[in-house]
Structure formats: C-alpha cells, structure tokens
Design a protein around this ligand. Structure first.
Ligand SMILES: [Zn+2]
Length: 376
C-alpha cells in the first residue's frame, strides 16, 4: 500500500478532547485534538505511556485535518472520583472528613461533546500510514474518543487514499448525513462543512492561523509542543443517509443551525480578543442559552471562560450568567482568575517535583490519552 492519507471516523454518543483543562473543571475542545487522536493510535498499537516518546517521533509528523460532519452538543457531567480510596487533590494532600476521618470524594465537572461526528485525515509517509491501518484493524487495547468512557459508535478506520493536500482529502469523502439532515437539504449535492487543518512545519502561515498546544512528544511525562491550525470550510457531496426503521422524532440543536457562523461573527466583532483581558480569544461565552444571538455572546480566552463558568457554578449551577464585559462583575471575575492561575502554578510545581523524585512513574501506568489515570 502506498497511500499517503489515513481517514478516521470519530462518532460517538460522547467524546471529550481536552487540551487545557486540569483538575476540577475539564472542558472538551469543539473538535478532536492531535494528542487525543495520536493517543487513540497508540492504544491501537499497544504502546504504553513510558514507550510513547519513541512511537510519537514517527506519528507526530503526520499532518492532521479534521472535518466537522456534526458538531454535537456540549454537556457537563457532575463527576465524582475516589470515594473511600484516597486521591490526592491539587495541593498534594489526601482530603479526609473532619468528623470521621474517612477519605473524601473528589468532585469535578467534565464536559462532553454529545452526538458529534468528525472525519479526521492524517497525512504522511506510506510506511507510517500502513502501520496505523494494521493497528486500527486489529487494535491491541480498546480505543476511545478522548476519555475511556467515550466508546466509538462506528468503525474508526474509514479508509485510505492519496491526496496532494489535507483539504483535498477532507473534501473527497461525502458528508456523513443522518436521516433527519437529508430532509432540510432538498437534494443539495454541495454541503459546506467546517474544517481545521494543520499547517505543515515550514509552510507559509495563512492569516488567522491559530496555535494549538496539543502536539504530544511524550505521554510518559506530559510533554506537549504547539502546532498551527487554520479554520476553513470545504464543500462536499452529501452521502446517502441511513434509513430509520421507525418514525423517530427529529433532534434540535440548542446552539442553533447557524452557531458556527454566529460564533465567528462574534469573534470577528471582538477582533478575536477576550472581552475581559484582551488575550487572544478562542471561546465564545453564552449570556443566555435561551436567546443565542450576537448581543448575548462574548469572545473570551480559555482562562476567562473557565473563570466565568466556575463563578456560574457557584451561582445556582448556571442560572445566573456572568457577563465578562460587565464592569460590575470585574472584581469577582478577577478574583476567580487569580485563584485559577495560582492553582495551576502550584499544581505544575508539584507535578515537576514528583517527576524529580521518580514518584510520578507509578502514576502513569494507564493508557495514553486518559487524564483519569494520572491522579491515582
Ligand atoms: Zn481573557
């Protein structure tokens, strides 16, 4: 086989592609991360964390592109871990209840992309591509979409081909339409889909290229590099939707059919800057999920978005929304950001100390790509 491109179909009831969140609040990105996808391949190959650096030297140069066939819906899960087991919290201590001295449960909130479907293309040397194909056809360990609980609902290996560019590869396969999608299309043969394409090392950087810190060099000691990613669209043919056996009701997307365009309009309106701290904005915060329009959205950076969400959780689990552009809410938001930054710095120092003492080795026995194993 001399094909230079591998296709993966990533579809599941739940997926989670976290690249920045740690500890109590763990977000997913809106599309698969390179660290998650390469972690999935390492699982299929049966490469553990400690041996990952050598395997990643071969996999990391693969250029990745993602096509969003169905963006899915974001959901939060209220998550508990370690009840009665004793898990270290971010400050390095095992928390116990004062009255009974029993180990406390750690609480976290985890975000998932529900019902999403992506086409991922990986492009590179024919040898590496055929190694990946062999592994996906007969995986050593179970493969999952970002977290172990996110089991694929379709076969992940979606074929190979030879293409000049990643964009060409992503536009070559028809849209993975669903029964209810076809109704609204009116037989259109040109469906526009959003894509995220990695800029190959050394190539000229297009305008609006964004940095993604998800290029893993090792899962053994968590070493990530950055890569440039460009957001665009492709027009593709519409695949034949599967037939439903019964007349099931259609699903409504609470973000609305125009969410991608609305999100981009808001980011452009704010010059791609966070309305709170003027760092580059990568997220858009909702002021009202029941009334989504340009005026009820705010461009934010990841840390300001995390701070808004944590404040909202403190205020009746999201019912009172936080507006990062409201001067009245600045002091509370500022305090929350300070807490987040301090927490992350201390945790980082503790992590490095543990590595130095060799203690961390015992923590990393799990599968690649899964954060959960880390704190045990
Ligand atoms: Zn910000």
């Amino acid at each position: 086989m001399s094909d230079n491109t591998l296709f993966l179909r990533l579809a599941a009831p739940m997926q989670s592609w976290g690249t920045s969140s740690r500890f109590q609040l763990r977000r997913t990105d809106a599309h698969p991360s390179k660290s998650g996808v390469l972690g999935l391949l390492l699982c299929a190959m049966g490469v553990g964390r400690r041996d990952s650096a050598q395997a990643l030297e071969k996999l990391l140069p693969l250029v990745m592109g993602v096509r969003v066939d169905h963006p899915g819906k974001l959901e939060w899960d209220y998550h508990t871990a370690g009840a009665g087991v004793g898990i270290r919290s971010a400050d390095g201590k095992i928390k116990s209840t004062a009255s009974t001295m029993e180990y406390e449960t750690l609480l976290s909130r985890r975000q998932y992309l529900c019902d999403a479907s992506f086409l991922v293309a990986l492009q590179g040397g024919a040898g590496t591509i055929s190694d990946c194909v062999r592994a996906l056809e007969d995986p050593v360990w179970p493969i999952f979409l970002g977290r172990k609980c996110c089991v694929p609902s379709e076969t992940v290996f979606a074929g190979t081909g030879s293409f000049a560019t990643i964009s060409e590869a992503l536009s070559s396969l028809p849209w993975h339409a669903r029964p209810h999608d076809a109704v609204g299309l009116g037989g259109s043969a040109n469906h526009e889909l959003e894509i995220f394409v990695e800029c190959p090392a050394g190539s000229a950087l297009p305008e609006h290229a964004q940095l993604a810190y998800d290029a893993p060099r090792s899962f053994g000691y968590w070493d990530y590099g950055a890569r440039w990613v460009v957001n665009g669209t492709v027009k593709v043919a519409v695949g034949k939707p599967p037939q439903l056996s019964s007349d099931s009701p259609g699903r409504r997307d609470p973000y609305g059919p125009d969410w991608s365009a609305l999100r981009r309009d808001r980011l452009e309106h704010d010059n791609y800057l966070c309305v709170f701290c003027k760092s580059p904005a990568v997220d858009v915060h909702h002021l009202d999920y029941g009334d989504v329009r340009l005026d009820t959205l705010r461009s934010v950076c990841k840390i300001c978005h995390d701070a808004c969400t944590m404040l909202e959780y403190g205020n009746d689990m999201h019912r009172q929304r936080v507006d990062p552009s409201d001067p009245g809410q600045r002091p509370a938001l500022r305090r929350q950001i300070d807490r987040l930054v301090a927490d992350r710095r201390i945790s980082r120092r503790r992590h490095l100390l543990e590595m130095g003492r060799g203690i961390a080795a015992d923590y990393f026995d799990g599968l690649p790509g899964c954060w959960e194993t880390r704190s045990r």
